[in-house]
Design a protein around this ligand. Sequence first.
Ligand code: BG6
Length: 508
Amino acid sequence: MTRLIRNKSKAEPAPPTTLFLFGAHGDLVKRLLMPALYNLSRDGLLGDGLRIIGVDHNAITDEAFAKKLEDFIRAEVASKVGKGGDQALDPALWAKLAKGISYVQGDFLDDSTYQALAAKIADSGTGNAVFYLATAPRFFSEVVRRLGAAGLLQETPEAFRRVVIEKPFGSDLPTAEALNACLLKVMSENQIYRIDHYLGKETVQNILISRFSNSLFEAFWNNHYIDHVQITAAETVGVETRGSFYEHTGALRDMVPNHLFQLLAMVAMEPPAAFGADAVRGEKAKVVGAIRPWSVEEARANSVRGQYAPGEIDGKPLPGYRQENNVAPDSNTETYVALKVMIDNWRWVGVPFYLRTGKRMSVRDTEIVICFKPAPYAQFRDTEVDELQPTYLRIQIQPNEGMWFDLLAKRPGPALKMANIELGFAYKDFFEMQPSTGYETLIYDCLTGDQTLFQRADNIENGWRAVQPFLDAWQQDASVQSYAAGEDGPQAAEDLLTRDGRVWHGLG
Ligand code: BG6
């Protein structure tokens, strides 16, 4: 039986900071940011000097705002906060955090709101401020421009000013470039924290640790030994309440240039010269920038667009995408996408990366499968095992976090027979995991000024550059292939790999 390794964090508490949460009544604040702040406080990582200020247009008192957050967290996200066991929310701990919570009522587009924020900073005893834009994306440029005009983004040697934004960072290459230009007009890159919540996942961070702390991996991590790579993010949920957002977004924009390319970059990047923000982000930008730009014809041939039709998961009947709320009955928005991309560099030349993501698939499964080339010489000629099956390394991001080598071994007995076996590690078997939202590390890193896990402007633009040919191809032909809810994508996605003599790894 493995002994659980306790989490002995040596991290220092974050410095005193005023943290403004724009969009304070939104889901992101209630479901993820406040629970994550609570967990950081539980772990002693916030210190006493953190003030949390909600900013939004509704009127509410400071006390009522704090109470609303508390009630919500208690009822809705109990499993992601607390000390584990029955104690979901420790009243003393919450009271300590709630003391620093207040609220500014204001319109994001009204200059007087920003005067009120300046007054809050002046009042706070520290010049450090973080502005977290948990708002609809249409406000990003407007809010940032006003923060700049009000002088709130001016740093001094004693006081930092940082802005956090979450995807979508534009909806194609030109809009992403325009957003970056707007941000960089009023602040420098080292003040901008672009969040991709996949980088808050332990298993995603662990890809770098595995690759660069165990020299074993480097020996086979290249086109001599790896046949191809599959990156999958399968979800069982549909579009839920987000129909109107999703209609204009679709699976490609929603998942690929951000989450799936982050996974691709973690797998494919070169070792950084140092484990610091510049070196890591530089290597990631390079590898995403090395994705071969397909022509429009190639993009069409190397992509599959799918949309879920009515079906069922676990015996429960489910509507199709076109029957969801706020979705057009003849919508051609894709809820599934499969792509083949090639990385044109020394390490990966000739190794296809197949990416797929979809809603309403049979199981929730986010995983990376590194498929190895067959052994170069068939030792076991004229036996049952002369046709060796592919072997692979499976890195499961969620739900069962860990990594497994799927290898071949000899079955006991006189006949030469093989069986597939697994060598693996599941997080839950080795580490004591505290309840968490996945945002804890990201918020802490922002408060302490570590940009390693945040996206730089060139990461974003290189991602859109690689995706743009698919968008262009689909603009000419926006047809979607149907798959029933509960199926793992349309037949065309299987064909994409069969054509290359390969198959998708089974889900779940
Ligand atoms: C979000 C997408 O960024 O990521 C959602 O907008 C998607 O559509 C979600 O469901 C997936 O995140 P996770 O952490 O559940 O894999």
